[in-house]
Design a protein around this ligand. Sequence first.
Ligand SMILES: [Zn+2]
Length: 403
Amino acid sequence: MDTFTPLNKNAFLAALGALDCALSGAQALAEGRHLAYALVRPPGHHAERRLFGGFCYLNSAAAAAEYLSAFGRVAMLDIDYHHGNGQQDIFYRRSDVLTVSLHGHPRFAYPYFTGFDDERGEGEGEGFNLNLPLPESLDGRGYRQALERALKRIEAFNPQFLVVALGLDSAKGDPTGTWSLRAKDFEANGQMIGMLGLPTLVVQEGGYRNRTLGLNARSFLVGLAAASTRRSDQRREVRDRMRSVVFRREPDPGDPERIRRLVSQTGFFSPAEVDVAEELVRERLQRGEASGYHFILAEHFGQLAGYACFGPIACTTASYDLFWIAVHPDFQGRGLGRRLLTQAERLIRESGGQRIYVETSQRVQYDSTRAFYDAAGYRLESVLPDFYAPGDGKAVYCKILPR
Ligand SMILES: [Zn+2]
């Protein structure tokens, strides 16, 4: 697609070597490594399905992403100064590989014909390509703002692997770029990406100012490695913490206060709801099982990590209400809610229950709650419009337990 990507007798061999190197990196990730770096020439991110150019022949990073996509969802982040048109084209109709690119706006930067923000993917891939075209003059700070946006999108996608197309032509003085990033900025970018905590393959793309290329690459990798190690240590700590969570069924006199604190700390419930949560456990303490409120409490060295409350529905033979599941912020996102739910279901089944009902609001705030029950096999049974307030209906979910 241009005149500066010649096919001489070595081009194919060199491009194939780069691709092999990137694939070896991908294989290392698939085998459980956390970080891999493919230092290659020629670059690859301008190579599409049917076109090549911009010094690129074969898209090494896209080949690595394709390989990894057999093991889980993959995000590709292109931080070269130029648009990653190659992987955009290759994955344009797919939703299992997210492609994100930050680059100089095509109105002044190569490849000129692609990289606009309205290129969002097609068909099943719609919404799975994000272009962030940036102004002609940009420093490290401005760049980090855009990078922040890119990383938010990647986090929302929740991939299993990250492939970074690392271009260093965003550096100050690069003959093909117009920005002014310095070594410190590359280190900060590496840190931000490392904070995702994802298994990450870095594939070298552009970067043509030889005097600073090595220093900038090193700075990026130092930032990436430090943040990514810190982040995986944190993850290990949380995993260890989850191992020492114990469950009990009998509430004790300290629980009303602890439940009140936990429910408020989630920041999710209104003051009236917090009162109700406390009231239920008080009633249980006073009247025992006759109260109709049953509990499962998850505890971590005396601290309440989460709990569930459920009970039989009066005048039914085998239907139960699930009133609450709440998880302390320190323990969220680690499957504790799901474990509490599974235990509640087991206890309900053992007491002869066959149907479990959950009532929730239709407000946007409850999106994640509804997604949680959806994923656990609950089906939306009915909606009572305007039940809680005008525009705020009640959604009733039901799960029929296997007998
Ligand atoms: Zn470039």
